[in-house]
Design a protein around this ligand. Structure first.
Ligand code: GLN
Length: 320
């Protein structure tokens, strides 16, 4: 194995060029806006402990965050409920698709916060008296993770709300089980708007870095969530973040991550860096094909695998 590369001098455009010839996967077509995504979009960014951002070509192209928002919704729900969200949602991997119509058999709870059932509930557990107030609180919370004011693509939010039949079904099922206390339609509305928040690879990398560094945004220095919340979120990303591909992901990439149908993947390497990769064509598990390859290169080149660290690696670099 070659020694780890210093992330400060890592050539992100070179690694991007390595994956561009890959033509596998298909762009999500669940809503028109996602179906229209450019399959050639490919970008990546890293954020280090000192807050420095390193980014490739196309790392500032906006896309809707989709399921990559789920770790941050979980964090906000943990924060706003004082940890009680953990009583309302499981934390076990499902081995099933992200939108499986399934709750825990004995409790009626969603299996984990990284699948749709769980994220519908975490979004509903965030503080706010009505959908507008809750959406506003989520947007402010996500903006603190990002270190800049984020916006919602209202067209995407409308499509998500209209076309999200499985999400409506899950919300009704959780109402029937007594798990969800707001109305099913309100829960879907808030979740749809959270999925429709616009980010780019740079921004998502800052958000992932905030989780990687114990809840403190390394760019702004703001404590967004306390360290125990960040630790809980990153733990669940490690076991459930790539749905029924989570085991394969941990073996080959070894970095807690969250995939999404927009083709973005947020990666939080604890104490080392935050990263984001984006490329819309997806594999059967809804993971970006080029995104996975980029993540494998990053993990290997920068020695990020949490269970296979080599000596003299990125984690040993001074923070400042
Ligand atoms: N908008 C999607 C949904 O809830 C997000 C899913 C995803 O990115 N995997 O159906």
């Amino acid at each position: 194995m070659s020694p780890a590369t210093d992330p400060r001098t890592y050539d992100l455009d070179a690694v991007r060029r390595r994956v561009l010839p890959e033509r596998g996967g298909a762009v999500d077509d669940s809503i028109p806006q996602l179906a229209d995504a450019d399959p050639e979009l490919c970008g990546l960014a890293l954020v280090l402990a000192d807050g420095s951002t390193h980014a490739s070509t196309q790392s500032d192209v906006p896309f809707s965050v989709q399921s990559a928002v789920k770790p941050f919704l979980f964090a906000l729900a943990l924060l706003d409920t004082g940890g009680q969200a953990l009583d309302r949602i499981g934390i076990e991997p499902t081995g099933e698709a992200f939108d499986a119509i399934k709750l825990e058999t004995s409790t009626g709870r969603p299996p984990n916060p990284m699948v749709n059932a769980g994220a519908l509930l975490t979004a509903a557990l965030v503080d706010g008296g009505d959908t507008d107030a809750r959406t506003d609180r989520i947007l402010r919370g996500l903006s603190a993770f990002a270190g800049r004011d984020l916006e919602i693509d209202e067209g995407v939010a409308r499509s998500e709300h209209l076309c999200g039949d499985r999400n409506h079904a899950l919300a009704h099922l959780m109402r029937a089980e007594g798990t969800l206390t707001v109305s099913a339609d309100d829960a879907v509305a808030v979740y749809a708007r959270a999925c429709a928040v616009l980010v780019d690879a740079r921004t998502l990398a800052v958000m992932a870095a905030t989780l990687a560094f114990g809840g403190t945004n390394p760019v702004t220095g703001d404590v967004v969530v306390p360290p125990d919340v960040a630790r809980d979120v990153v733990s669940v990303m490690a076991t459930c973040g790539v749905y029924d591909g989570s085991g394969r992901w941990m073996r080959s990439v070894g970095v807690p991550a969250k995939s999404s149908v927009s083709g973005a993947i947020a990666l939080s390497a604890p104490g080392v860096l935050g990263a984001a990769v984006v490329s819309p064509p997806l594999d059967e598990q809804g993971t970006s094909v080029r995104g996975r390859l980029l993540a494998e290169h990053l993990s290997d080149d920068l020695d990020l695998h949490v269970f296979g660290r080599r000596a003299g690696s990125a984690a040993d670099l001074p923070a400042g």
